[in-house]
Design a protein around this ligand. Sequence first.
Ligand code: 5AD
Ligand code: SF4
Length: 472
Amino acid sequence: MLLPNLKEARKRTDKEVKIIRDEYIIPDNIKNIGKNKKYHVITYGCQMNVHDSENISAILEDLKYTQTDDVDNADIIVINTCAIRENAHNKVVGMLGRIKHLKETKKDIITVFCGCMAQEESIANMLKDKYKWVDIVFGTHNIHKLPIYLSDLYKEKKQEIEVYSIEGDVYEGIPVKRDSKYKAWVNIMYGCDKFCSYCIVPYTRGKQRSRLPEDVLNEVKKLKDDGYMEITLLGQNVNAYGKDLNISYNMANLLRDVANIGIQRIRFITSHPWDFTDEMIDVISKYPNIMPYIHLPIQSGSNKILAMMRRRYTKESYIELFNKIKKKIPNVAISTDIIVGFPGETEEDFKETLDVVDTLKYDLAYTFIFSKREGTPASLMKDDTSMDEKKERLARLNEKVNEYANMNNMKYKDKIVDVLTEDYSEKEGYLMGYTDTMKLVNVKASDEYLGKIVKVKITDVKTWSLDGEVCE
Ligand code: 5AD
Ligand code: SF4
């Protein structure tokens, strides 16, 4: 048993990151354990977790399990968790209750708990003491060892917890079963070294470590050859890509080289304003296959709060960057993340956030109430704003955010846009997909248009989506 440790997780040293290519193995005793059995993976949180779940699914398929959408029907259930805010935590605890109930009626179900919550000391201890029926617990650093843990479980039926609180290495060669045939996630880096004062990610995902350019480029080439239309380069802070590698190669270089492969659509998330260079803006504006959509979290419009958050920029420098991006990248859409109710946020500070939203008129904003994360500096800060007050601020902010989302969408009325239709819409007779600027569109179209970039005329506009019809 190896439990996580917050102090260890916080450490950063000069230790060189290793690229490990041969650690994914399948022990003989479990080669076919999934034959005639089904797996179900439940995923919470960000795209990084969604992609990790694609790895987990592929590992289980390597063991001959087949996927089921019905949790009640599964022989192995994996919960891939998120630790970013308290509400994600509550959802997971609720799900554990449901699975416990299932396990009481079907004793042989194997239950696996992984992801960012597993990296938290208190959670791993809770699983050890109160949830002994959870069979396997592992963290974000050792997904590739799932076959080993299953093999151990088959040899000796007892709870296995192995969570590393290390800085982390880069593992190549872990299989992936992609959810979509048209768009794919591509990790370009892992971890984060920014240590924003509220954020648990640098603890749960370890040190910033980039994949080698050739590994990323080879993956993208293969995706293109396999017919993928869109890739999203993933990282907690993609703009810092390459900084940890001892080569002079950065995010702008990577974007250029990925664009030159010629895949039709390239996206990237998430950008920290601190590392957004002019060189990157130039590359994005130059290549038509790099999509004009940027997620640029601001978090707060108050310089006092930004300093307490340790965000390393001011409201003024953020606005300058925002305007530069808008000026240089034609038709760009920008979205953001905002936290309200950070410790010490006064009504005046909050009004500064509202002012920035009025100035910048975001296409979209993801808004959150500050959530205290154990072990982070912000969890120790004095916080005397009531939850009612915070909820009221969130509602006021959301009203503005929605107003601008709607206003930005209105510009699309009667316009013709390119949409990559990626799935069936919930609306009967419609497909769904996104514009280059990441607007969700329900397209009245038959199956033959699925998985294609189609010209769509926008007929109706809503706050969160557009409706349209094929016009070719
Ligand atoms: N409380 C509330 N929101 C948070 N985020 C990260 N940590 C916290 C927290 N402790 C938000 C930030 C980040 C997004 C992914 O989640 O806005 O950009
Ligand atoms: Fe968290 Fe800040 Fe790193 Fe984003 S940049 S993952 S908010 S510490």
